[in-house]
Design a protein around this ligand. Structure first.
Ligand code: SAM
Length: 285
C-alpha cells in the first residue's frame, strides 16, 4: 500500500506525521488524558515499552517543555521522564532512556536509581502480555493482570481512545489512587496473587468491592474516550490538497533506529544474494 493511500485510510497516521509524532499512538495517550486528566500535577513519570517514542514525545511536550519555558518553574527541578524499551530510540528532549526488559529486576533498579529515592507520580505502559494462542492460558494471564490491578488501585477503568480502531480489541487500563495492600513487599507479588485468586483468600484482602462470585471475576468499567465528534480511526477521509491541488504525502517523523525486523531483512537480502550466486554457478557449469 502506498503512503498516500495509507494517509487516506488512516487519518491518525496522517495527522501524526503532520504534527511531528513518531507514531499514531500519540493520539491514544492524548485522548486518555482528555478524559482522565492524567498529567495534572505530575513531576515524575515512567514510560514503559516506549519505542519508537510517541508517548515519550507527548510526555515531553505536555510536561517537560512547558516547565522549561515557564518563568515560575526556574527554581524547581524540571519534570523527570524515564522511558524504557528493549529497543533503542532516537533522543527526545527531557526524556532519559533506559534500554532493557521491563520484566527484569535489574531494569527496575536502574529506573529507581534515576528517581533518587522519590516515587513516580505516573506510569504509562503501551506493552501488553504476549498471547500464546492457547486461549485458556491467555485468559489466565489477562485475568491475573486485572486481578493485580484491582489489588493495587481502588479505581480501575478500561479506556478505548477514539484513535484506537474499533476493529481492534485494544483497550487501556487506567488505574488511579495507587494504594498497595498493607505491608506490601514487591517480592511477595506472586504469593499475593495466588491468595487473591483463591476464593478463601479473597476475604482477607480489602479489594472486595466490585467482586463477583469465584476467583478472578470482577467488573471493570469500560469507557470510550477522545472527542467522539472528531476523527474516527475506522473511516477514510479525503486527502487535503496543497499548492497546485495535489496532496503531498509526508515521510515518517522518526523511523525506528534498530527495529527487530532489520536483522530479518539483512538475512533475507543475504539469502537472496546466496540464491543468485548458486543460480549463476549452475548456469556456468
Ligand atoms: N508507546 C510507543 C510509542 O508511542 O511510540 C509504542 C510502543 S510499541 C506498541 C510496544 C513496544 O514494547 C515495542 O517497542 C517493544 O520493543 C516494547 N516491549 C515489548 N516487550 C518489552 C519488554 N519486556 N521490555 C521492554 N520493552 C518491551
Amino acid at each position: 500500500m502506498g503512503k498516500a493511500s495509507r494517509d487516506k485510510r488512516d487519518i491518525y497516521y496522517r495527522k501524526a506525521k503532520e504534527e511531528g509524532w513518531r507514531a499514531r499512538s500519540a493520539f491514544k495517550l492524548l485522548q486518555i488524558d482528555e478524559e482522565f486528566n492524567i498529567f495534572e500535577g505530575v513531576k515524575r513519570v515512567v514510560d514503559l515499552c516506549a519505542a519508537p517514542g510517541s508517548w515519550s514525545q507527548v510526555l515531553s511536550r505536555k510536561l517537560y517543555l512547558p516547565a522549561k519555558l515557564s518563568q515560575d518553574s526556574r527554581d524547581d527541578d524540571p519534570p523527570l521522564i524515564v522511558a524504557i524499551d528493549l529497543q533503542p530510540m532516537a533522543p527526545i528532549e527531557g526524556v532519559i532512556q533506559v534500554q532493557g526488559d521491563i520484566t527484569n529486576a535489574q531494569t527496575a533498579e536502574v529506573v529507581i536509581r534515576h528517581f533518587d529515592g522519590c516515587k513516580a507520580d505516573l506510569v504509562v505502559c503501551d506493552g501488553a502480555p504476549d498471547v500464546t494462542g492457547l486461549h485458556d492460558m491467555d485468559e489466565f494471564v489477562q485475568s491475573q493482570l486485572i486481578l493485580a490491578l484491582k489489588l493495587f488501585f481502588p479505581v480501575v477503568t478500561f479506556a478505548k481512545p477514539r484513535s484506537s480502531r474499533n476493529s481492534s480489541i485494544e483497550a487501556f487500563a487506567v488505574c488511579e489512587n495507587y494504594s498497595p495492600p498493607q505491608g506490601f513487599n514487591p517480592k511477595d507479588l506472586h504469593r499475593l496473587l495466588e491468595k487473591a485468586g483463591s476464593p478463601s483468600g479473597m476475604d482477607d484482602l480489602d479489594c472486595s468491592s466490585g467482586w463477583l462470585e469465584g476467583p478472578n471475576k470482577v467488573y471493570i468499567p469500560f469507557l470510550a474516550c477522545g472527542d467522539l465528534s472528531g476523527y474516527d480511526s475506522d473511516r477514510s477521509y479525503p486527502l487535503p490538497k496543497v499548492g497546485e491541488g495535489t496532496y503531498q504525502s509526508l515521510d515518517p517523523v522518526q523511523p525506528p533506529i534498530a527495529p527487530p525486523y532489520k536483522r530479518a531483512l539483512e538475512m533475507k537480502k543475504a539469502s537472496n544474494h546466496g540464491i543468485r550466486e548458486l543460480e549463476k554457478l549452475s548456469l556456468d557449469s
